[in-house]
Ligand binder design. Structure first.
Ligand code: HEC
Length: 302
């Protein structure tokens, strides 16, 4: 309901800074009282003229408001677009009084096309255009997310899951495949698609060609085949003309003798490994493992 109300108000009012104070207009503090000029001595020297414009006082935070957090500018690896980082950007904005993507577009944007968020799948240019055009009052977001951050968000919206975790696999054996789905915007497709993999992993199937039409998707099947060294991490890189840098899907494998049951992999794939230790009893008991822990994990990640 909060979503509906927020979007409705924002759509009706069509204002920047919707849902909070206008973010980029510094509040001017009261100007300092003018300094009374000292009575002039005999005019041997010309008195120093006061500056025409008083020095600008930094914006003052009202006492009731928490301190203003600086715009989100983490170190960004511009060599890749990272869907996991994009998910965190989508879910939160570093100002509690402002609405973030999830507040207006639902926190499950991989499944729910609320506010036409599917338009942003692998289409960073459309996200940037929506911000530049102040679509739905989104312009203020440009002050919080860099172009690289938005590329991460487009990668999150269009490539799922953002990481794959394979069960322990003996050296020289090939695991069962896990899949990544690459989805396109409701408005534009992608071309020049190329896929590569690094580490002890290989692409074993899927149905991706060199292009994906709009509002469509294709699938990449990846397997884990550790060599003698047993390296347990790698990357899947997905390049196309809708992303400024290849989308990087992290690949990993569990170590140890006891394999994770297949039912747990969706959890692990979603990047919530912290939840995994709590779940094996459920899986061993033969339940379908879609317990509350998984549901909440999905709520947090999509
Ligand atoms: C204040 C609410 C609000 C916030 C916050 C917001 N949006 Fe939007 N967004 C909207 C509205 C409203 C629309 C227009 C919905 C429609 O066309 O039905 C929209 C449209 C879009 C579209 C569709 C553009 C198109 O081509 O039609 C994309 C993509 C999008 N937003 C992405 C994002 C992303 C990514 C974020 C976070 C960085 C974000 N939005 C944050 C309200 C918001």
């Amino acid at each position: 309901m909060r979503l509906l109300v927020a979007v409705f108000i924002c759509a009706v009012a069509g204002i920047a800074g919707c849902g909070g104070a206008a973010p980029f207009e510094p509040m001017l503090a009261a100007q300092p009282a003018p300094v009374t000029p000292t009575p002039a001595a005999p005019p041997v020297e010309a008195p120093v003229a006061p500056p025409a414009v008083p020095p600008v006082t930094p914006p003052v935070t009202p006492p009731v408001t928490p301190p203003v957090t600086p715009p989100l500018t983490p170190p960004v690896d511009i060599a890749v677009a990272d869907p996991l980082r994009g998910a965190t950007f989508f879910m939160s904005i570093p100002r509690a009084d402002l609405l973030g993507c999830a507040d207006c577009h639902s926190d499950n944007p991989l499944v729910r096309n609320f506010g036409n968020i599917f338009s942003g799948r692998n289409a960073v240019d459309l996200i940037r255009r929506a911000i530049a055009n102040n679509t739905g009052g989104m312009a203020y977001l440009g002050g919080f997310f860099s172009a690289a951050d938005l590329a991460d968000i487009a990668a999150y919206l269009g490539n799922s899951p953002g990481s794959l975790l394979f069960p322990p696999t003996p050296a020289g054996r090939t695991s069962a495949p896990l899949s990544v789905t690459v989805s396109t915007s409701t408005k534009i497709g992608v071309g020049s698609l190329s896929i590569s993999v690094q580490g002890d992993f290989l692409i074993v199937g899927g149905n991706c060609g060199s292009a994906i039409e709009r509002f469509s998707s294709c699938r990449i099947d990846v397997a884990y085949r550790p060599g003698a060294s047993g390296s347990r991490s790698g990357v899947l890189l997905i390049s196309h003309d809708g992303t400024p840098a290849p989308v990087r899907i992290l690949l990993g494998a569990e170590s140890g003798p006891s394999a994770l049951g297949p039912a747990l992999l969706p959890l692990a794939r979603a990047g919530h490994r912290a939840l995994v230790p709590a779940l094996p009893p459920l899986a061993r008991a033969g339940h379908d493992a879609r317990g509350p822990a998984e549901l909440s994990a999905r709520g947090g990640h999509g």
